[in-house]
Design a protein around this ligand. Sequence first.
Ligand code: GLN
Ligand code: ZN
Length: 765
Amino acid sequence: MVTTHNLGFPRIGARRELKFALERYWKGQSSRDELKAAGAELRERHWKDQARLDFAPAGDFSLYDQVLDMSFTLGNLPRRVHGFHGDPLDNYFRVARGRSANEAEAEAHDACCGGVAAGEMTKWFDTNYHYIVPEFDAATQFSLDASRLVEQLAQARALGVNVKPVIIGPVTYLWLGKAKDGSDKLALLPRLLPAYAALLDYFTAQGVEWVQIDEPVLVTELGAAWREALITAYGALETRRVKLLLATYFGPLRENLELACTLPVDGLHIDAINARDEVDEVAARLPASSALSVGVINGRNIWKTDLNAALQWLEPLHRSLGDRLWIAPSCSLLHVPVDLNSVTRLDPEIRSWLAFALQKLDELTVLAGALNHGCASVAEALEPNAAAIESRRVSPRVHNPAVKAAIASVDAVLGKRASPYPQRAGKQAAILRLPAYPTTTIGSFPQTVEIRHARSLFRSGELDQAGYNAAMEREITRAVKEQEALGLDVLVHGEAERNDMVEYFGERLDGYAFSQSGWVQSYGSRCVKPPILFGDISRPKPMTVEWISYAQSQTNKPMKGMLTGPVTILNWSFVRDDQPRSVSCCQLALAIREEVLDLEKAGVRVIQIDEAALREGLPLRRSEWHDYLRWAVEAFCITANGVQDETQIHTHMCYSEFNDIIASIADMDADVITIETSRSDMELLDAFDDFNYPNQIGPGVYDIHSPNVPSQEHIVDLMKKAAERIPSERLWVNPDCGLKTRNWEEVIPALRNMVAAAQTLRRAV
Ligand code: GLN
Ligand code: ZN
């Protein structure tokens, strides 16, 4: 018999119940017990949903983040919260959010319990989930606190669910963290392993049979020391009595395959979506007593699995492995929405192609049924699955011959500006007549109550299109007037009409679908609803030209057109699995290129194309970076570079770690790039010391993530530091990112100081 299991379930809830429970608690509107009860209720529901599996996961549930949970389980709390004597849950949220969980309580306490620096957050491998980075130093000690797992195991037992605890493995745990004092993290391994041994013994004492121990580092390029650490760690844990299922996901094992197969564990889980071609080799190399778990259902995407195709390769594998074969989704289902059935207003045909977390578990049970009892036993499920797969494969909504023809005719000329930058710069300067240190903003202005109100009235039908447009035009006019009063040089329309920088474009492109409630956790209580790119992409009509033209009509200053770039749209969407990402990206590029050219035709002289997420898309393995950067840059160039010399192209990126990709950024050949730097005191501009970036740069000088108003002196200082690395005639003065999350009361004084700083700098030129 084949064994079915799951690596992790989304914890936020189909209706984002956890989000609301957390936010009530943080606002002081509910008690700690109520929050814990909300968590227990979600776990119970999710375990019931997974009861048909041989093993459901336990310990995958988290009130905030699974990595932070592991830090607490291992007794590794940042030093700054060591003196806290209140409830552990409050300390947990202090690390997560930088403040005591319950704001009302925080006020009752005094300075000792108030705000602390929140733990740093970073992306979980190559997903859009963000975890709290474990903090280490040379003196870090570990001590087991199993209370969270005790509670969850007891609950599972009371409910009669067969669970497999899930923990992050010791090597991946160290790999994910940061040594604050620059010490060697790996030196902590000998101190860390006893805590893991104690945890495994605790599981044994609880009568647990299998533990899932996640080591996704095995799909990355590991140095010798890290490989050695895996051998040491699993050698040390080998003597524990509980059985270990070592889980890898998010990619192929490649050069780590042999290592993974020889670690002394009882079973290995591999990602058969990304590494289908490694399955046979792993099966051949694993010791004859080991279980092989194959992740056959994509845990990262929302398409139905082709069950018949999966069975075709699973059947022979099952024949050779017999009971040693386990099947599961490729990774935790954290990365997909919970339930397709709770989603409203989704086109029925597109819906028939999709599977969210619960539907993926259905698929898994069908596969197990077919393997255990023959295909005939599940024919009722296999037939509609085959029909859905076929309907998607041939659908004219997916395949648009005109788009395919356009892609086929893409050539090198398409992505190249007519003249090199120095020539363009001269022509642009003659038209734009900007002062030295020109000022601008990144696009959005505060999303006010009025904007949100108009949007919700429009959605509910209480406001008609004309009324909505008028409301947006009022906001645009306001933003333009404010910018003129401030004396900014290149203005923006403010993005009032955009709820989200990807969704806005996705809704206007053919080939994109939106779910009303397909929420996926991004971090903590924050969720996103990634749009679904299902078909060949085309632009039925202009998407932004009217708004930008209206904004331009309100001022004589140059108005910057504002678009989201193809790579960012791709990286923040669920994408097609029937063609390479690079092809989808190129289709997006061609569609947005049309918008760029239409803006130019409408007289817009400055066009910004945001690539906020370009860096996020970098593959886990460095050996694959080159290929990604090649097609990503090419897509940007196709989008941007069809304009005349006189049109100034800007791009914006929400980060500033450029050292390793700066040559690719330069290849994009944008006339101006604005980046995020203010928090690092311009240190992140180090990349520009060694690499002579040839075009103009606006290093962010106003940290928009903070409510603080930067002073004029501070901005002048930052710009002077920037001018040490980049010639001042190529510098712009601008905030770090868009201003939509701030309010006007903060933004106006901040921008006033920014403009005053630019004036000071000009006097010195
Ligand atoms: N133009 C967008 C804005 O200002 C850019 C946002 C971003 O970079 N994330 O909101
Ligand atoms: Zn940004």
